[in-house]
Design a protein around this ligand. Structure first.
Ligand SMILES: Nc1ncnc2c1ncn2[C@@H]1O[C@H](COP(=O)(O)OP(=O)(O)O)[C@@H](O)[C@H]1O
Ligand SMILES: [Mg+2]
Length: 254
């Protein structure tokens, strides 16, 4: 790490539990027979005692099997979820590219969605107008600008969402697997933009099942398992750890 570089993301002792209702008491008869029964909740600990920092300008990868807490962690960083323990500090403007469809309205055209999504992500009307053509061109959506989003394939939606996300004046880009929905050619162009973003000194937090991409692009990586940090550091080491773990515990397909 370069001397003098600041910290982009500071996470200390973060925990997040979901309460899942269970034990159904859905019928009127049950309610009538047991009016004072409360719904029982099952606790699902999605993150426990997560502590790590990401330096400014770092390309930081997060890997782990399904259900290990990767998306929950990104949502906590983005402020979409509130952690129930620990602290999160984000030093800079975030561009969260986390879940497809968030901030998009399927009944509106791509044009209107760009306006709305760009505004939600902090662009002024004028900035959106200035960047509109670039957004559309990067997504290769020129012919579809005035079509409703519900007629877009998931690949087209990803292209649109990514094109808007990278036009925001962010310091930190959060990417959650979504790129995997795009085709190969688009992914390649995305990695080119990520390289540019990195050259500009911005920070990238990249969740992916594409272990080859993690190895190739990331400065450091973290392995999550059952909501805990299992390994962190050099991507090669972390992936080796992951590989050993998959073979030892047969945690299931990644
Ligand atoms: N909104 C939610 N409500 C209840 N449980 C959730 C919710 N989001 C995630 N979880 C649970 O938290 C755990 C971690 O999920 P997630 O962060 O989506 O994992 P990953 O992205 O690594 O696949 C899982 O057990 C999942 O079922
Ligand atoms: Mg996920």
């Amino acid at each position: 790490m370069t001397v003098g570089r600041g910290v982009a993301v500071e996470v200390a002792g973060v925990g997040k539990t979901f309460l899942l209702p269970h034990g159904h008491r859905t019928t009127f008869k049950e309610y009538f027979l047991h009016p004072f029964h409360r719904t029982a909740y099952e606790r699902q600990q999605a993150l426990s005692d997560i502590t790590f920092d990401i330096a400014e300008g770092e390309f930081f990868g997060i890997v782990g099997p399904n259900g290990s807490g990767k998306s929950t962690l990104l949502k906590v960083l983005a402020g979409i979820y509130r952690q129930d323990a620990g602290t999160v500090r984000v030093n800079g403007v975030l561009s969260p590219f986390i879940e497809l469809g968030v901030g998009f309205n399927m009944e509106l055209t791509a044009r209107d969605n760009i306006l709305i999504n760009g505004t939600l992500l902090g662009l002024t009307r004028r900035q959106i107008n200035d960047r509109f053509d670039e957004i559309v061109a990067f997504g290769e959506l020129e012919r579809f600008v005035d079509q409703k989003l519900k007629n877009f394939s998931s690949g087209m939606q990803v292209r649109l969402a990514y094109s808007v996300a990278i036009q925001v004046d962010f310091d930190i880009l959060l990417l959650d697997e979504v790129l995997a929905v795009g085709d190969q050619e688009f992914q390649k162009r995305c990695f080119e933009t990520l390289a540019e973003i990195r050259r500009a000194g911005k920070t990238i937090v990249f969740v992916s099942h594409d272990l080859g991409a993690i190895k190739e692009h990331c400065d450091r990586a973290m392995l999550l398992l059952n909501g805990s940090i299992q390994a962190m550091g050099d991507p090669e080491d972390v992936l080796a750890h992951y590989d050993a773990l998959m073979h030892r515990d047969a945690v299931g397909p990644i």
